[in-house]
Design a protein around this ligand. Structure first.
Ligand code: PEP
Length: 256
């Protein structure tokens, strides 16, 4: 097992929370609670709403924070008549480094298909950023023993035709839908097993790149359960929703 060569990553997905004043305060409070040693052990990323990206980026850069900036979504076309959308090159121009792609809320509420997720993954890589590609099963799928089939299909679709070197740069987030925002976490063993499946799918597609891809767990991660999850060999970090809104809780998670 080569977990030790993969630096843990903790990404906060603020979803549609925090206006730009609040977002600035939260990132400042978070930075105040973190020390150089925390960043040495762990990469830290915040993903504010689209309209807060500029404010948060300005604070991160002017205060020389070691916090990475992520967007929650983008469109796959570079420019054009796509009212309400923002492209990957536009985000990259603003020093955004990560983009969450295919979050279950985008898939379920906004109808994003595997094909759209694949196009977005390519667009993000093409603009020089790191996609955080989300996958995960519903409760019905888990109970019907379809977890492996579901996540394998999502990963194969997202990375289809992408070069192994590029896949190696990607981050995957395994987020069982039944554990998102519900307070119900997958057991660390369940999360580890499914992430092992995801890594073996990536190995079939991209060989040794699979050992470089960081695969995060997401779904009601909190200060009280992060250590156990991070103790598992396949889990390289967390995509954190609710608990990342509070700088105290997110700092505790980062210091797991
Ligand atoms: C998420 O939305 O990516 C997530 C994991 O949310 P929560 O931590 O609130 O379950």
């Amino acid at each position: 097992m080569v977990k030790q060569v993969r630096k843990p990553l903790m990404a906060g997905n603020w979803k549609m929370h925090h206006n730009h004043f609040e977002a600035i305060q939260v990132v400042q409070k978070l930075a105040y609670r973190l020390e150089a040693d925390d960043y040495d052990r762990c990469d830290v990323v915040v993903c504010p709403t689209l309209i807060c990206l500029r404010s948060v980026q300005t604070v991160i850069e002017s205060d020389r924070m070691t916090i990475g900036l992520g967007a929650q979504n983008c469109y796959f076309e570079e420019k054009g008549a796509f009212t309400g959308e923002v492209s990957a090159p536009m985000l990259a121009k603003m020093n955004v480094q990560y983009v969450i792609v295919g979050h279950s809320e985008r898939r379920e509420i906004f109808g994003e298909t595997d094909e759209v997720v694949a196009k977005k993954t390519r667009a993000v890589l093409g603009a020089g950023m790191t996609p955080i590609v989300c996958c995960g099963e519903t409760l019905e799928e888990r109970e019907a023993d379809q977890t492996t089939e579901k996540v394998s299909g999502q990963i194969k679709a997202a990375f289809h035709g992408i070069k192994a070197d590029d896949i190696a740069q990607c981050i995957v987030a395994y987020e069982p839908i039944w554990a998102i925002g519900t307070g119900r976490t997958a057991t660390s063993q369940e999360a580890n097993d499914t992430i092992g499946v995801i890594r073996s799918v990536i190995r079939q597609m991209a060989g040794g790149a699979a050992d470089q891809v960081r695969i995060l767990y997401g779904g009601s991660v909190k200060p009280s359960n992060v250590s156990e999850l991070m103790g598992m060999p396949e889990i390289d970090g967390a995509l954190v929703g609710g608990a990342s809104l509070d700088p105290d809780d997110f700092a505790k998670i980062i210091k797991f």
